[in-house]
Design a protein around this ligand. Structure first.
Ligand code: CP
Ligand code: NVA
Length: 302
């Protein structure tokens, strides 16, 4: 594994290796053991969109591993003034040991990896969010043990989170039901991938149908970063239907988990009562960004 651009590129074994290492790094940290596995290494973090968790967990993770992270806002880089990705990639490859990038087009991340000569990590694009889903899978394993045959459900916009969850959960042997409005379905490339899993994957526009027998329910915002202009229209499409609430949770399996990548919009995609009832699981999920990404960093940069 040279880069982490999307989970579609990873084998189930590679995903499991990352999760096993993440578990070990988390256990080490809880015992006060920090190994400087990335001593002398520098990660550049390019952000073209806002972030709380991704920025702080990557920066802290590099520090804990004995390395250094640079926050590179696209507003300040020459990339923001039109310097081509091709040139930026070749320059940064001469200084850094790895690049984490959060941007809009997946193609930009793929180009950076193709042109540069150092590992590239996708910190979210419009297409996918692989780092988040590695943390999600880590959290599910912690709470459920074996994931094989367990049912994951996604309610809402067929966005970057839906795309990565479908791929990650199916590769880990789970069943998956996605409930998305018509016109807001997951990416065709992902749906094509999911077809290969036959009856283990289901796509519907009926959230209550999807939620039946769920072992974990995922949701995400109705309007993602970059879709601010569509907020009003999306609210009309999603409101009152695509919401994780107590009624929906009543048709899931006993002990069903709820996960949210955050930030959450209470009263929109999730009610405040369901969010608070599952806050422990949701903030474990947020914490696990740190451990899962440290594992990715060690795999790619050490
Ligand atoms: N979940 C997530 O990626 O959070 P940030 O946007 O705060 O990084
Ligand atoms: N779908 C959301 C995820 C944020 C972590 C977005 O892209 O804004």
């Amino acid at each position: 594994m040279k880069h982490l651009l999307k989970l579609l590129d990873c084998t189930p074994e590679e995903i499991k290796e990352i999760l096993d290492l993440a578990d070990q790094l988390k256990a080490d940290r809880k015992r006060g053991i920090e190994k400087p596995l990335l001593s002398g290494k520098t990660l550049g973090m390019i952000f073209q969109k806002s972030s709380t968790r991704t920025r702080v967990s990557f920066e802290t993770g590099m520090y804990q591993l004995g390395g250094h992270a640079l926050f590179l806002s696209s507003r300040d880089l020459q990339i923001g003034r039109g310097e081509p990705v091709e040139d930026t990639a070749r320059v940064l490859s001469r200084y850094l040991d790895g690049i984490m990038i959060r941007t809009f087009a997946q193609k930009e991340v793929e180009d950076l990896a193709a042109i540069g000569s150092i590992p590239v990590i996708n910190g979210l694009t419009d297409f996918c969010h692989p780092c988040q889903v590695l943390a999600d899978l880590m959290t599910l394993r912690e709470h459920m043990g074996n994931l094989n045959g367990k049912k994951a459900v996604f309610i809402g916009d067929g966005n970057n989170m839906a795309n990565s969850l479908i791929v990650g959960c199916l590769k880990m042997g789970m069943r998956f039901s996605a409930a998305c409005p018509v016109g807001y379905q997951p990416d065709p490339i992902v749906l094509d991938f999911a077809k290969g899993y036959g009856a283990a994957f289901q796509l519907t526009s009926d959230p209550m149908e999807a939620a039946k027998g769920a072992d974990v329910v995922f949701t995400d915002v109705w309007a993602s970063m970059g879709q601010e202009d569509e907020r009003a229209l999306r609210e009309k499409v999603f409101a009152g239907i695509y919401q994780v609430n107590a009624e929906m949770m009543s048709v899931t399996n006993p002990g069903c988990m709820v996960q949210h990548c955050l930030p959450a919009h209470r009263g929109e995609e999730i009610t405040a009562d369901v969010f608070e009832a599952h806050a422990n699981e949701i903030f474990d999920e947020a914490e696990n960004r740190l451990h899962a990404q440290k594992a990715v960093l060690v795999k790619l940069l050490a």
